[in-house]
Design a protein around this ligand. Structure first.
Ligand code: ADP
Length: 264
């Protein structure tokens, strides 16, 4: 069953030039889909539009985005707020920087948890602590008692990612969540995203410029080039049988490690 269907979606900013042109793609429940493509190709704009979080001046000018059959584009702000964080959560590129500077992490956690009623507060707290540990934040007690300024940038980012995951949304949107982290931690976070899907069936749409990450994580890959979705197919189709020269170039740019370019 498709959890999300984007149909002929066009998105423009003030200058009127489409940042996303006539994009259609569907995502099945429990699938991990990566959107790849060079900088400025429209990846972030597309993923932000799903939750109605376009920057000022950005507007969906055509098409629809159906979530469970309901068009998110036509929804009123109040309706979409009910979906945000609960059914669909988003992890931004700078999610760590977006933490509230004047509240302790534990307070922010309990507030984000209070929005969800699927589990008791205690169950959520335990889940939060285990999620922090999985993000390699071992001193969870200290992290929970800290204000954001007491944590490093990398730690804040991991707290933000953990928060998004603890909410256990049906659909998790992630925009380059790991690019600011060092490589070892990045690999761990990516692994945990896969675990989240395997364990809870969470559908994930990930924006990444990293083909290696896309190859490791994805069931399907969409390739964006200058506002168009130029290719969309299974991970193996895109990695081993790309049709577009643009996709071939992206794949060629990935360094080979031990003679192998792509791992699972
Ligand atoms: P990507 O995520 O692939 O790097 P973006 O979605 O950020 O691409 O950008 C797509 C296009 O939209 C680019 O041409 C970019 O300049 C434009 N754009 C992005 N954000 C804004 C904004 N806030 N205002 C105006 N134009 C924007």
């Amino acid at each position: 069953m498709n959890i999300l269907e984007i149909q002929n979606c066009t998105i423009c900013y003030q200058n009127g030039t489409p940042a996303v042109s006539d994009v259609s793609l569907s995502v099945s429940e429990g699938e991990i889909v990566s959107i790849v493509g060079e900088s400025g190709s429209g990846k972030t704009t597309l993923i932000r539009a799903i939750l109605g979080l376009l920057p000022p001046g950005g507007k969906v000018t055509g098409g629809s985005i159906l979530f469970g059959g309901r068009d998110l584009v036509k929804m009123k702000e109040q309706e979409i707020q009910e979906i945000r964080g609960h059914d669909i959560a988003m992890i931004f590129q700078d999610v760590g920087a977006a933490l509230d500077p004047i509240q302790k992490i534990k307070t922010q956690y309990s507030e984000s948890i209070a929005v969800h009623e699927k589990k008791s507060a205690k169950e959520y707290f335990e889940l939060a602590v285990s999620m922090l540990k999985k993000m390699h934040l071992t001193d969870t007690k200290r992290v929970m008692e800290s204000y954001p300024f007491e944590l490093s940038g990398g730690m804040k980012q991991r707290v933000g990612i953990a928060m998004g995951m603890t909410a256990q949304p049906k659909l998790l949107l992630a925009d380059e969540p790991t690019s600011a982290l060092d490589v070892t931690i990045q690999a761990q976070v990516v692994h945990e995203m896969k675990e989240l899907r395997d364990r809870y069936g969470t559908t994930i749409i990930l924006v990444t410029h990293n083909m290696g990450v896309a190859s490791y994580l994805s069931d399907k890959i969409g390739v964006m080039c200058r506002s168009h979705l130029v290719e969309f197919g299974s991970r193996d189709e895109i990695i081993y049988h790309p049709k577009e020269q643009y996709t071939k170039d992206l794949l060629e740019a990935v360094p080979k490690l031990g003679g192998k370019r792509f791992a699972r």
